[in-house]
Structures are given as structure tokens and as C-alpha cells.
Design a protein around this ligand. Sequence first.
Ligand code: ZN
Length: 301
Amino acid sequence: MKINRLNPFLICAAAMAAPIAMAQQDFSKVEIATEKLSATTYMMTGAGGNLGLSIGEDAVFLIDDQFAPLTPKITAAIAKLTDKPVRFVLNTHWHFDHTGGNENVGKAGAVIVAHENVRKRLSVEGFIEFFGMKTSAEPRIALPVVTFTRDLSFHINGDEVYAYHVPKAHTDGDVVVHFKNSNVIHMGDTFFNKLYPFIDSSSGGTVDGVIAAVDRVLRIAGDGTKIIPGHGPLGNKADLKVYRDMLAAVSGRIKGQIRQGKKLEEVVAAKPTADFDAVWGKGFLAPEKFVEMLYGNLKKK
Ligand SMILES: [Zn+2]
């Protein structure tokens, strides 16, 4: 996805995984790391959203595709594991650090699948208000060709890959993907592991929707389930529970302050994240920015 107007710091912040590379718009130093999670599933990291893969006897099923310049590196990393082609690419949501490779994978013949709101948002100019970031409409080849509203399953590589929509969460088009036989779940950006999360209010996201999405995963995950976050290291159910508790605590405090009529400056000054900053505040969103984002999101309701 092309970014029309951007502050290099902000795109760096939004892209997160390789801040220095992003600030320079230079992906040449980015390396794709592969972590095997089960007999057929993998997590890959580079720059942008974490990738999830199923690789086996049928074909390659890929979750998200980071940035266009990284497609050759991602393809090379996959080729180390299999000679089979990427047949499906599932986008967890529309953000450019998860869909930037869509044009390349579409041209290479993969079937792109997503919630219908992902296609809608990629089809037109976009705007991520919190970062003041405009995005341009994607060409047809980059758009999902299979869309759904609620859920769907892929039967591939001996697994049942169940993808379901979680409403009004990080955006209005998020899906969570459950590799049922592999005991692996990819949560897209409804889960940031050990980083304060971004919630895109201007794309229909809400903090309560994120918490609801997390609660649903907590109900289906077991202690041994491997959980791929949109950003941050591989997690598990305990990590997700801690994330849920942090989100509920901080948003609860801010809700209370909004009810008392407190202004943003007052809420920031009250430091409602103080006891969480050591773990969560060192990554992508600084504590004050996280508070500002939640305040805006909760005020909007
Ligand atoms: Zn996102």
C-alpha cells in the first residue's frame, strides 16, 4: 500500500517491528525469521505484522504479507520449507503493514481472502486518523477475491483452519484464525504481546471489541495453545490473559475519569498506565500516546 502523506516517525511507529528500517523506508536490512509451531504451522517475523503459515501436503496457506518490498524475502523463507506454492493469503485486517504484499501475492496467483470490510477499505483511499496517515486505493489484483462476513474454514494440510470475524475490535474487519489440529491461533492486531496496542477508531475499532475478541480466544485456548500476536513475540494463554487484564484495567480507569468530566490533559497527568508501563510501555506506543488513543476511543462511543 502506498502512503501519500506521512511523518516518518509515525509510519515507523505504526510499522513497529523494524523501526530504524522503517524510518528510512529501507527494507534491505530486514530479515525474515521462521519459528516452527507444530508439524505444519509456522510464525514468521520481518517488518510489520507477524505472519502465520500452514505448510504441508497440499499447499501454503499464509496469514498476512507485511510490506511489498519484503515479498521476495518472505517467498525465499517459505521456499526453504516447501516447494509448494502459496495458494491462499488471508488478511487479518486492512492495515498496510499486514496487506502491503497483496499486490505481489495476487500477481503470483494466490487467492486473497478477508473479511468484506478489508476489501471495502483497501478499494478506496483510507485514512488512519490517529497517525494522520492517508493511504491510496489498491489495484484490483491486491484486493481479496474471497470475502466473508462471519466465518469460514479451510481444510488444508491435514488441518482445519477456522477464521472468524471479531466485530469492532482493532478495526471493523478483523479475523482471528484458529489452526484447530495444530493448536495454534493467529489473532492479528487484536493482540499485541508486551506492547501497548493500537486500536484504530477511525476504522471502526473499539477497546471493548478488542477485549471481547480476547475473551473469545481465552475460552477456546488451552494452556498449550500457541498464540501469534499481530505484533510482539509469540504468546500463550497466560500472556493473553495478562494483556486482557491490562486493557480492562487501563480502559476502566480512563472510563471513570471521562465520567467525571476529566479532560485529556488531566487524564494523561493522572498516569492511568503507571503500574503497567514497565512491561507494556517500551514498544510501539508510549504510555501517553496509548492513553490519548484510549481516551479518544472511549469518548467516541
Ligand atoms: Zn493493524
